[in-house]
Design a protein around this ligand. Structure first.
Ligand code: PHE
Length: 466
């Protein structure tokens, strides 16, 4: 691991020496982990899946999944990472052997690393969309997009989807930025950027919510759509999507948080940090919906339009508001940065594994894995145009990858993490690692992990497979 990245990561590993440079270490972890959690999942994905699954009831199930399943497993994943003290696959193996468990637990690490690899391949494509939209804002295309609202804004997005070259170039830019950061470690520039990026995105979202409410007068309808549950609209399929998204949005169930946790100082409270991460993450997702849905209702758009929802609604808002080009530029810039702090956490597990296993240096590992992921991502780019007719299992490649990773790999990975932490590790190890002793909080967490999270995930998976 390069000296630079040690500034971000907190040395739990014996080889990592704290340099005392840069930002305060505890804050660094919370920022990096919150940066990983808050991303396209919150602003792009959550509104469109909430829209597709009828709003209220789906949102409620999602919130329950975050609190009762996602949060306890987030704590477990960071704990496993810190206790393993190494790259995810190696760390799990070492931890299993120390705890007298099967070395096969390392395959949980493999599942996670494979998941991060696949997610990054399509996530980077969407991050590329926000780069394209940043350009549209800078070049003043939102005004035209909003001229007759929905139709032109839809045409802007359709134009992007129809151009494999633009999408490939933007996907390449997103991957290149990720590789650069991971290869060089996190520099002071990014440290500072992250510091104002999350608050910045947050402030902008609040402003957008207010704008959408005032300009459209549809806040009430949007809020009712989001918070008035209609359980007749809820299917088991929607419950699986809500569960999968709880994992996706918290970055849990693969090895991203495990890798970050492995660099965490012992004195930092994993429980407190996790609550902060989950709280912020949820707030951002809800704000994004409250910014998007008033525009949907005011412009006669469908709530079920799918992955394009954010990219069709926002240009309408920016095109109509005074100073909208500037606001739009800021919005897509922040969105791109929020995506970047997630993509680096998606590349990190693969890079750490290659460093450790193949003995590659960080640069080489980052560059080659980045290239491989970019190539896999080409399939997701073409799913929107040249290969749109190729639909194995009834889904195009983009949707299929999203489904397999978010709705199958993440819940299965999360389940195994919960089982390993809940039953594989001794109670004493867990109590020591959490630093809460035998307190009620510790007991509650372990109970929820074992008897709520594990059966919850099993139930949803089994129902959906049957
Ligand atoms: N949590 C990120 C988001 O919501 C996506 C992500 C998933 C990042 C898994 C890392 C690991 O956008």
């Amino acid at each position: 691991m390069s000296a630079r990245i040690e500034n971000l990561y907190l040395p739990a590993r014996p080889t990592e020496v704290r340099r005392g440079k840069g930002w305060s270490t505890r804050f660094a972890f919370v920022l990096a982990a919150a940066g990983s959690a808050v991303g396209l999942g919150n602003v792009w994905k959550f509104p469109y899946i909430a829209g597709e699954h009828g709003g209220g009831a789906f949102v409620l199930v999602y919130l329950a999944c975050v609190m009762l399943i996602g949060l306890p497993i987030l704590i477990a994943e960071i704990v496993l990472g810190r206790r393993g003290g190494s790259s995810p696959i190696h760390g799990l193996r070492a931890l299993a052997s120390r705890e007298g468990r099967s070395p096969n637990w390392r395959y949980l690490g493999w599942l996670g690393v494979a998941g991060t690899f696949l997610i990054l391949s399509f996530y980077s494509v969407v991050a590329g969309w926000s780069i394209a939209y940043l350009w549209y804002a800078v070049s003043g295309q939102f005004g035209a997009a909003a001229a007759d609202s929905a139709a032109s804004a839809g045409a802007l997005f359709a134009g992007l989807k129809a151009s494999p070259a633009t999408m490939l170039a933007c996907h390449a830019l997103a991957m290149a930025a990720t590789v650069l950061v991971v290869a060089r470690g996190i520099r002071n520039g990014l440290e500072r950027a992250v510091r104002w990026m999350v608050p910045g995105l947050f402030v902008l979202l609040v402003a957008l919510v207010i704008y959408a409410a005032v300009a459209t007068g549809e806040f009430g309808r949007a809020a009712a759509f989001m918070f008035r549950p209609d359980f007749s609209a809820l299917s088991w399929d929607a419950v699986l999507v809500a569960l999968g998204h709880a994992f996706f949005t918290l970055s849990v169930g693969m090895t991203a948080m495990m890798a970050y946790g492995s660099h965490l100082e012992k004195k930092v409270s994993v429980a407190k940090a996790s609550v902060a991460i989950a709280g912020l993450d949820t707030l951002v997702a809800l704000l994004a919906c409250l910014a998007v849905f008033p525009i949907v209702f005011a412009n006669g758009l469908q709530t079920e339009i799918g992955p394009g929802l954010l990219f069709v609604t926002m240009p309408i808002a920016f095109g109509q508001m005074p100073g909208g080009e500037f606001a739009g530029m800021l919005f897509f810039l922040f969105l791109g940065l929020a995506a970047l702090t997630s993509t680096i956490s998606l590349l990190e597990p693969t890079v750490e594994h290659l460093e450790q296993r193949a003995g590659w240096n960080r640069r080489r590992a980052a560059a080659l894995s980045g290239l491989a992921i970019w190539i896999v991502g080409i399939g997701s780019v073409l799913a929107f145009n040249l290969w749109s007719g190729f639909t194995p299992f009834g889904k195009n490649l983009f949707d299929l990858l999203d489904f397999v990773t978010a709705n199958l790999m993440l819940p299965i990975g999360g389940l195994l993490i919960a089982i390993f932490a809940g039953w594989g590790l001794s109670r004493a190890s867990l109590a020591e690692e959490l630093g809460l002793g035998e307190s009620p909080v510790f007991r509650l967490w372990r109970f929820v992990l074992r008897y709520v999270a594990v059966p919850g995930v099993v139930l949803v998976l089994v129902y959906n497979l049957l």
